[in-house]
Design a protein. Structure first.
Length: 375
């Protein structure tokens, strides 16, 4: 099985350790172990819980405590509708490999995380891409979706809220989207790793597993819970999907680490505080970014409605990769080039790092843009 190299991950691996201002980061500023323990009130007692822990494989699908805590993020999911995975990346990979056979028709809504089109392609799926366009506020065109759906479409894949655009499918738009897909009987895989980051309200859009009988929701502790280091994600789905997933999962996962499982539970049992912290960062930082974009004449964008990233359109005639490498070398600021996500001519900024890193980084980008303009 041949697969296209994963553009964003290669970019990150190559440059992430070389930058001073990481505006390529997509996680809300990560927590330290100390911060997590303080939030959960375990600062003085953690060892009482960890020391007697026998490091077995633990409960294979994820501990009951953790799966019950995960259910708390959904309207109607029960413990048996949750299986725990190695991050959302492990969850996505498992769903794709379970659902897709050669020749199956799959629709992927792009731009998106590359797993969602390169994995189906590598399995020999008949892949149609539905492009999100800026003139539609990066929301899917439902007439176009209706045209490319087939009676035998197996899977429609989207990322909501969307990385990289920050677009959010919600309310009537989301309901209509589901209604259109339902006519074909296809499953929907919704990568909801940024769920909880809406700029308004309680931050949460409805989960696909809650609103569609063939809906599969994937999420993780990495983004809004700021704990990418524990590498813990999950799939919420109808039982028949999870039974099929479990057959594959036995071959490549067994279980996730018991300590990761335990830390994830601590975080979810204190979710109000962690989500509150994250929303303070994403909402405050988007204001910083929005003010900055309005002052930069060579930069424009569609203001994100959710998530941690935005696509910036720049006015210079230079490939996005060259732009980003030059920016990094001259200022220490790291963006992600649109070219690694099929969006040449754009730059992706991750704006959920600490407000200081964002403000200082953007100031340096302003100087860089001024110099570019005068070259
Ligand atoms: C849309 C999307 N899905 C999945 C992932 C992987 O997340 P995790 O750290 O939970 O594996 C990412 C990471 O950037 C992402 O942006």
């Amino acid at each position: 099985m041949k697969i296209k190299p994963f553009g964003v991950e290669i970019w990150m691996n190559e440059f992430e350790t070389q930058c001073k201002y990481n505006l390529a980061e997509t996680c809300v500023a990560s927590l330290t172990v100390e911060q997590l323990l303080n939030i959960s009130g375990k600062g003085n007692t953690i060892l009482d819980e960890l020391l007697p822990m026998k490091l077995t494989y633990g409960e294979i699908e994820g501990s009951s405590r953790l799966r019950d805590n995960i259910c708390g993020l959904y309207e109607s999911q029960k413990r048996d509708n949750i299986v725990v995975t190695h991050g959302a990346i492990g969850a996505n990979a498992l769903v794709h490999e379970t659902m897709i056979s050669p020749g199956d028709h799959v629709i992927s809504i792009c731009p998106t995380y590359q797993q969602h089109y390169s994995i189906p392609e590598s399995f020999g799926a008949k892949l149609d891409i539905l492009w999100l366009r800026p003139e539609n506020d990066f929301l899917p065109d439902l007439e176009e979706l209706g045209r490319i759906l087939r009676p035998n479409t197996k899977l429609v894949v989207l990322n909501n809220p969307n990385n990289p655009t920050g677009a959010l499918l919600m309310g009537a738009n989301l309901e209509e989207f589901v209604a259109v897909v339902r006519t074909s009987g296809a499953y929907i895989l919704c990568d909801e790793v940024y769920r909880g980051t809406n700029q308004v309200g309680n931050g949460f859009a409805p989960a696909m597993a809650d609103i569609y009988e063939k809906g599969i929701s994937v999420s993780s502790m990495s983004k809004v819970f700021s704990l990418a280091g524990i590498r813990l994600g999950w799939i919420a789905a109808p039982r028949e999907v999870l039974e099929a997933v479990s057959i594959r999962r036995d071959y490549n996962t067994i279980s996730v680490g018991m300590i990761d499982d335990y830390f994830a539970s601590l975080a979810l049992e204190n979710k109000e505080q962690i989500i509150g912290r994250s929303q303070k960062i994403t909402r405050g930082n988007l204001k910083i970014l929005d003010d900055w974009v309005s002052k930069e004449h060579s930069i424009s964008y569609k203001k994100p409605q959710a998530g941690t990233t935005a696509l910036l359109k720049y006015d210079f005639n230079i490939p996005s990769r060259d732009f980003c490498i030059q920016l990094l070398r001259e200022t220490g600021v790291m963006f992600t080039p649109g070219s690694v996500m099929e969006m040449e001519g754009w730059l992706r900024i991750g704006y959920a790092n600490s407000p200081e890193v964002l403000s200082q980084g953007l100031n340096l980008v302003s100087n860089f843009l001024a110099q570019m303009g005068s070259r």
